[in-house]
Ligand binder design. Structure first.
Ligand code: 23J
Ligand code: MN
Length: 264
């Protein structure tokens, strides 16, 4: 197994680096707000059980309250009605081999800076491939928008007509699923869909088509500007919640140190 020995050596030397793509779980981090007729996601909460005091003289610990879809989190096929009857569709049933794999990053940050409703299209994806090569099968595809640099009200960007944030068009997500056979799709925003994604038919097309095809989602990612367009390995293992539809998690990428990167 010289491959893993080499990896260990390169991790130790810094030739391979670990990039954290996770936001801190914090009660102030925004959660998705759905139209008022629907049930709502709870924010993260932390309650002190003891802090080296009369409640526990030598120990400190907390009870947590959180939604499956709080903070940086994973979406399983069971999250959506289109994936309801698929086998192994909940986080506890997904084969762990799915939690480590190749990742490509499509940089949409210029478009998203100019248009808060910026959409990723098949045309933009094939233009990206012209520069970086074809998206490999069974890869994670991450949509970089630099949205993770926003905070407070700007992050959800709610207005009278709902949220305004970038995402894929239905054609864009269908292209990734059917023509590129991706493993999953991840974003820096609060959903894999655009803020205005409820207006499509079907509503929330990224959720509908990804999960109907047994694919996964990642949301509220950070630090995508620290990843190369190709050549990194993503590690994203959700909590093993029985029948869970998703889970907060630590998402990390193994990347070659910037000075060792070669362009295609
Ligand atoms: C429920 C309904 C709509 C959406 C979502 C959840 C999410 O974005 C989510 O966290 O999966 S769009
Ligand atoms: Mn989710």
């Amino acid at each position: 197994m010289s491959l893993l020995n080499d990896l260990a050596t390169q991790l130790a030397s810094g030739e391979v680096q670990v990039v954290d793509l996770t936001h801190t779980l914090d009660p102030d981090f925004p959660v998705i707000i759905l139209p008022p007729e629907f049930g709502q996601c709870a924010r993260f909460r932390m309650e002190e059980i003891s802090a080296y005091d009369h409640r526990g003289p030598a120990w400190k610990w907390h009870n947590l309250t959180l939604s499956e879809h709080t903070g940086t989190h994973f979406d399983a096929p069971a999250h959506w009605i289109s994936g309801r009857d698929l086998p192994n569709n909940s986080v506890d049933e997904i084969d762990p081999s799915q939690f480590v794999g190749p990742v490509v990053v499509i940089d949409c940050s210029k478009g998203a800076a100019q248009d808060e409703d910026y959409e990723l299209t098949p045309e933009f994806i094939t233009a990206w491939e012209g520069e970086h090569g074809r998206i490999p099968e069974d890869a994670w595809v991450l949509m970089r928008t630099d949205w993770s640099k926003k905070s407070g009200a700007e992050y959800l960007n709610m207005r009278e007509d709902g949220a305004h944030s970038p995402g894929p068009t239905p054609e864009g997500i269908l292209f990734l699923i059917n023509a590129r056979k991706i493993r999953g799709f991840g974003t820096e925003t609060v959903g894999t869909d655009a803020g205005q994604g409820s207006h499509y038919s079907p509503p929330y097309p990224a959720h509908f088509y990804l999960h109907g095809a047994g694919k996964f989602g990642l949301q509220c990612l950070a630090n995508l500007d620290q990843l190369p367009p190709t050549g990194a390995i993503l590690m994203a293992a959700p909590l093993k919640i029985k029948n869970g539809t998703g889970s907060p998690l630590r998402v990390m990428a193994l990347v070659p140190a910037p000075e060792t990167r070669t362009t295609r």
